[in-house]
Design a binder for this molecule. Structure first.
Ligand code: SF4
Length: 225
């Protein structure tokens, strides 16, 4: 691959980032959003001088052939990088399945890579109309909704992950879940937020088992992490 990809880190062996598959996770630098709870702030900027060489990533993947099934592109926001599609094609040629973690910030780029992706972990952050409260970016909710619609229409296997910021009203979370269920989302994982010191800051909804049971009925698969 001639063009550079800016890589902030790699996890060489995990069971957590692509359901049912052992995978390598490649964390790409750069994100255009500024979420209040972001845990990868060190990946928000593209810093070429700190990027791991792509050749090193490929050499690592060669040592994983036959040991792991999938390579997951995560971030930051992987679709920020224009060379993501080339990287995906390169890794597919090595016979790995492709996973992608995205917030949906770049619908047109997402549409181009979707035919070559096997599984997507898609972040939903709030009701789409309230996205700016989390991302600090105007219009981010419209972009995320457009990307989610593309994903649903594509038929690619996916899971929606929703990290529950403690300041979101429970009623807004319920509305967000109803909204994505109506769009056609069938698998959802609710995730607990962490503060800057990595302590869990649990949203009150996690203690309301009856409510969780109720909202789980909107989906075929519903997880709490
Ligand atoms: S989209 Fe993800 S990487 Fe970007 S600021 Fe939000 S939480 Fe951080």
């Amino acid at each position: 691959m001639e063009n550079h990809l800016f890589v902030g880190g790699v996890v060489s062996f995990t069971t957590l980032d692509y359901p049912g598959c052992l995978s390598v996770v490649i964390f790409l630098q750069g994100c255009s959003w500024r979420c209040v709870y972001c845990h990868n702030r060190h990946l928000q900027s593209v810093l070429p001088e700190e990027s791991l060489p792509w050749e090193d990533i490929i050499n690592l993947l060669k040592t994983r052939e036959g040991l792991v099934e999938a390579v997951v592109f995560s971030g930051g926001e992987p679709l920020l990088q224009e060379n993501l599609l080339d990287a995906i094609m390169y890794v597919r040629d090595m016979k790995f399945k492709i996973g992608l973690h995205t917030s949906g910030a770049f619908p047109s780029r997402f549409a181009k890579v979707l035919p070559f992706v096997d599984w997507v972990g898609f972040d939903v952050k709030h009701r789409f109309e309230n996205y700016q409260e989390i991302t600090n970016i105007r219009n981010s909710g419209a972009l995320a909704r457009e990307s989610l619609n593309l994903l649903i229409a594509s038929g690619v296997d996916f899971e929606v992950r929703m990290t529950l910021y403690e300041k979101i009203e429970t009623s807004a979370i319920i509305e967000a879940l109803k909204e994505i269920s109506a769009l056609g989302v069938r698998t959802v994982a609710l995730q607990k937020c962490r503060d800057k010191k990595e302590n869990v800051v649990e949203h009150p909804i996690f203690s309301d088992k009856l409510l969780l049971e109720d909202v789980s009925k909107y989906f075929d698969n519903f997880y709490v992490r």
